[in-house]
Design a protein around this ligand. Structure first.
Ligand SMILES: [Zn+2]
Length: 369
């Protein structure tokens, strides 16, 4: 076992990362050590980090220098002395969701509701997050990382590490669909279906037996590519072609969809989202996992009259991640549609500084340490 490893570290917010040589960490008693084989990255992470303190002053980054990398997958190479159910050699995705493990929410299995909820390798949601970073300072942009055993998703043999590095986005879409109470036979609208989260929702919809999948987007070629995944179940609507709600209502006999997943990008206007909300049937649900930043003018009287629920969602539990892995293992969830763009650790700054040739959600950007 090597003693030292290479890690991409950011020493100042927005500054280029440097490849530093640091000691390989030792896993704590209930942790494991994972050799990182692939780590998914947020498109344009460099730009996001450079503007972080201006865009997201309420979301703390870890103390610097820090190792980023949100979506790692790899092989367990060492287990802590109190780990009994995880074996060396196991292939895993490491869910970056960290929580305290001891509060009432954590004890109830609802780690996303913990006040210490933190994204390992990215950012936290409050001042308590640094306590978590002190315990787990390793994101996926390094050769070895420690991870708590509760964060592991066991990977079936038919899922590659690059595909597993997409579990963050796919799992986020899955978590949203669980909050929408998605059940077989239903209809779903995915606003922004050709993007990274939207495509995940489409693939999961196909896997989970959603009968009719309606999707919007800006890029017609990408929309047609999404439709080609299942032309008999997926219907597409370019946003510039007119109102989304009018289109959905016209395709559903005036009824609307059972639920809507909002997966629009940060530049999308609020009115686009409000329009999509109006496509939800009476008693239906709308779940937001997108990045619309503009404040919505929301007609709450209409929500009441129609009994529509609007739900905010981010991320997913490790158990839900395991469900996604099983859908893929069974051949129901098709992860073969992703086109992997691999970057070695040495090219991390190039990789995070703006990605070219994007094919929407079909492109999958991974660092391969
Ligand atoms: Zn907790």
């Amino acid at each position: 076992m090597q003693k030292m490893m290479r890690a991409a570290r950011m020493h100042a917010v927005g500054a280029p990362m440097t490849i530093d040589t640091i000691p390989v960490p030792k896993p704590g008693s209930t942790d494991v050590l994972v050799q990182v084989k692939a780590c998914g990255m947020v498109p344009n992470l460099g730009n996001v980090l450079a503007n972080w303190t201006r865009w997201f002053p309420h979301l703390p980054l870890p103390k610097l220098p820090a190792i980023f990398g949100l979506d790692p997958a790899g092989i367990v190479v060492e287990v802590g002395d109190q780990v009994v159910g995880v074996q060396v050699g196991q292939r895993v995705y490491v869910n970056p969701l960290r929580s305290c493990g001891a509060c009432q929410m954590c004890r109830g299995g609802e780690r996303t509701r913990c006040r210490y909820f933190t994204f390992n390798g990215y950012f936290g949601f409050g001042p308590d997050s640094q306590k978590i970073y002190d315990i787990y300072p390793y994101g996926g942009f390094c050769e070895y990382m420690t991870a708590p055993q509760y964060a592991l998703v066991e990977l079936p043999d038919n899922i590659t590490f690059e595909q597993a590095a997409r579990f963050g986005y796919t799992g986020t879409s899955y978590g949203a669909m669980k909050k929408a109470n998605a059940t077989p036979g239903q209809s779903m609208l995915v606003d922004g279906i050709s993007g990274t989260l939207g495509l995940g929702a489409a693939l999961l919809g196909l896997a989970m037996g959603i009968a009719r999948i309606f999707g919007t987007g800006r890029n017609l070629a990408l929309l047609e590519r999404v439709k080609s995944l299942a032309p008999e179940r997926i219907e597409i609507h370019p946003l510039e072609a007119g109102s989304t709600s009018d289109w959905v209502k016209s395709r559903t006999g005036g009824e609307g969809v059972d639920f809507m997943i909002s997966a629009l990008g940060p530049g999308a206007p609020a009115k686009t989202m409000v329009d999509a909300l109006r496509a939800v049937r009476r008693g239906g649900r709308a779940v937001n996992v997108g990045a619309v930043a503009e404040v919505l003018p929301l007609d709450v009287h209409w929500l009441m009259d129609e009994q529509i629920q609007v739900i905010g969602s981010n991320w997913f539990t490790s158990a839900q991640g395991q469900e996604v892995a099983r859908l893929a293992s069974a051949g129901l969830l098709d992860m073969s549609v992703f086109e992997h763009q691999r970057f070695p650790l040495d090219e991390v700054n190039n990789a995070i500084s703006g990605l070219k040739d994007r094919n929407g959600g079909f492109s999958n950007y991974v660092i391969v340490p």
